[in-house]
Write a protein that binds this ligand. Sequence first.
Ligand SMILES: [Zn+2]
Length: 288
Amino acid sequence: MDKDQLQRFIFDDFPIRGGVVHLNAAWEAVQARHEYPEPIRQLLGEMLAASALLASTIKYRGVLTMQIQGSGPVTLLVAEYTHEHSLRAIAHWQGTPAGGLRQLVGDGKFVITIDQGDQQRRYQSIVPLAGESVTEVLRNYLRQSEQLDTELWLVADTACAAGLLLQKMPGDSSDVDAWGRVTQLAATLATDELLAIDNMTLLRRLYHEENLRIFDTQPVSFRCKCSRDRVRNMLRALGTEEVNDVLTKEGVVSVRCEFCNQRYDFDGVDVEQMFAAPLSPDVPRTRH
Ligand SMILES: [Zn+2]
């Protein structure tokens, strides 16, 4: 069974490319870290599939972050996807949210960040949230930012998050019906088919009459990039006063990673050592 895999492909006879992704164990690992209310779970699954598909269209080394910042009961949805095909996600919400994207998020922003480790190669795009679903939001974003016709389908349930993307590349083709044909074929897929059928079978079923070039399968996994060192650096950047305040009150400084729930504890000795050495240059000196 084809699980946790991203597949890129292009058509040989006309300038159209695509990607298809299925997330199973990686998606289950995300859900195991937090109990998400059903509508939020749905959005997060779709965003994770979307982030994998978006990553498949971009060359980068680092982390691609897809964020929806909301003004409704759901204030934040984050999906991260690295060039090494690892992912993680979180959501912030209040109460018991219900409804579709608009009811959940209200007016919001759609933020794409590509962090490649230094400021020069950092890319960020912030646009108003346009669309009634994650699919529409991303489709509108891609059409505007890349000026490329893009179609995509995203689905998620508790066992699987999946998606299919098709993108019309610049260039002419004598086959003027190609875009209509390949997108219509994809649109015939029912939600449960997209969820259940593995990448290769799906591509064969849809496009057996086309010359399709399929690239190497990319295995996808859940991985959090938090570490004791990163948390220590974050605390050092907060400053000795603030950290010692917490230590005095609580007896220990305890930080829990939102993405993976890992807890990092620092006692009096740890805190003393933390501020004994000079701050390393890559630590941000200010926050906010
Ligand atoms: Zn973590």
